[in-house]
Design a protein around this ligand. Structure first.
Ligand code: FES
Length: 112
């Protein structure tokens, strides 16, 4: 796996989003029910930054067209079938921080 970056867990409290630079698509980091999660930041529909979207429970709505993605799985929730799911990254607690890792293209993360 490739190291993507590190975020203070405190920055994620209250449902906040943090975007880690990881060109070309960057990574959106957040907490879902206290568990760190990370998905590709650039919306695969037309490239908007999901970190600038609004949180709706455990989902994020894209700031450009409002598509809704599940923050933990990256799955497109609605509208169905109009673009793909967001790519998922590995996020883990490491002391007071969250570390994010790229498992590599084509590697599926099991769970959630
Ligand atoms: S760019 Fe995200 S829904 Fe269109």
């Amino acid at each position: 796996m490739t190291f993507v970056g590190r975020v203070s867990r405190a920055r994620l409290e209250g449902g906040a989003f943090v975007r880690l630079e990881y060109p070309p698509f960057d990574v959106l980091v957040s907490l879902v029910e206290g568990v760190p999660v990370a998905i590709e930041d650039a919306c695969n529909h037309a490239g908007a930054s999901l970190a600038e979207g609004e949180r709706h429970g455990n989902c994020v709505s894209c700031p450009m067209h409002g598509y809704l993605f599940d923050l933990a799985s990256g799955r497109l929730v609605q509208p169905r079938g109009l673009c793909d799911d967001q790519r998922r990254f590995v996020a883990a607690l490491d002391g007071p921080d969250v570390t994010v890792w790229d498992p590599g293209a084509g590697v599926q993360i099991i769970g959630v």
